[in-house]
Design a binder for this molecule. Structure first.
Ligand SMILES: Cc1cc2nc3c(=O)[nH]c(=O)nc-3n(C[C@H](O)[C@H](O)[C@H](O)COP(=O)(O)OP(=O)(O)OC[C@H]3O[C@@H](n4cnc5c(N)ncnc54)[C@H](O)[C@@H]3O)c2cc1C
Length: 429
């Protein structure tokens, strides 16, 4: 909850960790920090069109045409199960659902190849033979175990609600834009008068200028919209003084001035929601996926469109326009309308029809009815992908208490729990 009243400088707060961005990465990091007993603040502008709000939330340990285990599946999957269940227990809400994924074979040859293969991992895969009683799949298929979906929106809401509930534990959620220029890096805990001093000009600590900061120990961040400390009923704090800071801004991390050499390759994605006649049990996935999170509303997806981007000419890239539209509607000259019309050219109806066509093919192979002619709603987001398809987990070369957790790409649900724990270990070891 945000209150825009001014607060005095006495109300600054000491925390172990500032987290910039409260999407999937930031929230998983927050929980791992809380489980370790650390005090934290998440600063997030509650942007609605972030990847985490769009993601249907599938987690799937099997990948590719030959149905092989995905990268680090043996480590990531046990970890994510324990993690999300633990968060469900603490928040007393339900957002983690296990459900097998069904992948039909397209033809007899595929069935024969797979049933003879000794490459398939029994821990994760069952082969479903055609003509068995319980399947309507024409040529059989595979059933992926240890998969399912996270209701990401519920997970984020439960996390934000938990963080905003009780500020006495020194855990905070501050809803505002994070300004990089409001970061100060100090060797010692700054005194109140020092922070308050008019001599401290925040801009002087932008990364390319802060030459003296090697070995710095404190990150000081000035918030612009102080929150109310509900217990004490007074506004707090104006400054956060932290031992560490981790950036988790998703695709907006492309423009983080502290980490300018990261190999992002943002990928735009769309999902469709459509009202269907009969509830669909389980998750069907081949080329596209379809499953029902809510009663009779099927989610279908996703498209996958790489966006050209480079840090230096980012000003003209669609990613930047998207970011600038979402983050800074009021500060930039370009009108939101013109930015949206640019974006629409990337989100045309051909792709929608293509998704529907592929879904009907999948449903047919599974012996299911085609999609009805019904209203379809579309959601769009940008995946923070990287060139090497691996997450970004970096400590700043000059500032050892500054890190970044990003690049979760198309697999945030399975990567975020484990890698947020890893970056904490790097920072606090
Ligand atoms: C169409 C689509 C389908 C997907 N499907 C799946 C799927 O089924 N399974 C899966 O595992 N993954 C999926 N993904 C990928 C998944 O959504 C991402 O990996 C994950 O959500 C990334 O989380 P994040 O926290 O890094 O980024 P984000 O979700 O973008 O969150 C970043 C947060 O930081 C905030 N922020 C950024 N800059 C600032 C600032 N300056 N000030 C304040 N706040 C700031 C943003 O507002 C946002 O809240 C999908 C993505 C898309 C787009």
């Amino acid at each position: 909850m945000i209150y825009n009243n001014s607060s005095t400088i006495n109300e600054n707060k000491h925390v172990d960790l500032i987290i910039v961005g409260g999407g999937l990465a930031g929230c998983c990091l927050a929980w791992n920090a809380i489980f370790k007993g650390l005090s934290i603040v998440i600063i997030d502008n509650a942007n609605k069109n972030i990847a985490s709000n769009v993601a249907p939330g599938l987690f799937n340990p099997i990948t590719g045409r030959t149905f092989q285990k995905s990268w680090k599946a043996d480590t990531l999957f046990p970890f994510l199960y324990t993690f999300y269940k633990q968060v469900e227990n603490v928040t007393k809400s339900r957002f983690f659902f296990q459900s097998n994924i069904l992948k039909p074979f397209w033809n007899k040859e595929e069935y024969h190849l797979c049933s003879k293969s000794n490459m398939l991992d029994d821990d994760f895969i069952n082969i479903i033979h055609p003509n068995t009683k319980n399947t309507s799949m024409n040529f059989g298929g595979i059933e992926i175990k240890k998969s399912g979906f996270l209701d990401v929106k519920k997970f984020l809401n439960a996390t934000r609600e938990f963080l905003s509930r009780d500020n006495t534990k020194n855990i905070f959620f501050v809803k505002e834009d994070f300004y990089y220029k409001n970061v100060i890096i100090k060797h010692n805990i700054p005194s109140i008068s020092e922070i308050n001093s008019k001599n401290v000009v925040c801009d002087t600590i932008l990364p390319n200028i802060g030459n003296n900061s090697k070995g710095s120990e404190y990150i000081v961040y000035k918030t612009t919209a102080p929150i109310i400390d509900k217990k004490e009923d007074r506004s707090s704090p104006k400054w956060f003084i932290a031992k560490n800071i981790v950036f988790c801004e998703g695709v907006y991390g492309c423009f983080n001035p502290f980490f300018t050499n990261l190999a992002f390759r943002p990928v735009l994605g769309e999902i469709l929601n459509i009202q269907i006649c009969k509830n669909l049990k389980g998750i069907y996935n081949r080329d596209v996926f379809i499953f029902c999170k809510n009663n009779k509303i099927a989610t279908i997806g996703s498209t996958y469109k790489r966006l050209e981007y480079s840090y230096s000419d980012g000003l003209n890239s669609p990613v930047f326009n998207y970011g600038r539209y979402e983050l800074s509607k009021h500060t930039f000259n370009k009108s939101p309308e013109s930015i949206m019309s640019e974006l629409k050219t990337t989100l045309c109806d051909v792709e929608k029809l293509n998704l529907i066509h592929k879904t009907n093919r999948l449903l047919k192979a599974c012996g299911r009815e085609s999609l009805p002619q019904a209203d379809i709603s579309k959601k769009v987001g940008i995946r923070p992908c990287t060139l090497n398809r691996r997450p970004i987990l970096e400590i700043h070369p000059k500032y050892p208490n500054m890190g970044i957790l990003n690049g979760l790409g198309a697999k945030g649900i399975s990567l975020a729990p484990y890698f947020s724990e890893k970056i904490l270990n790097k920072l606090f070891s």
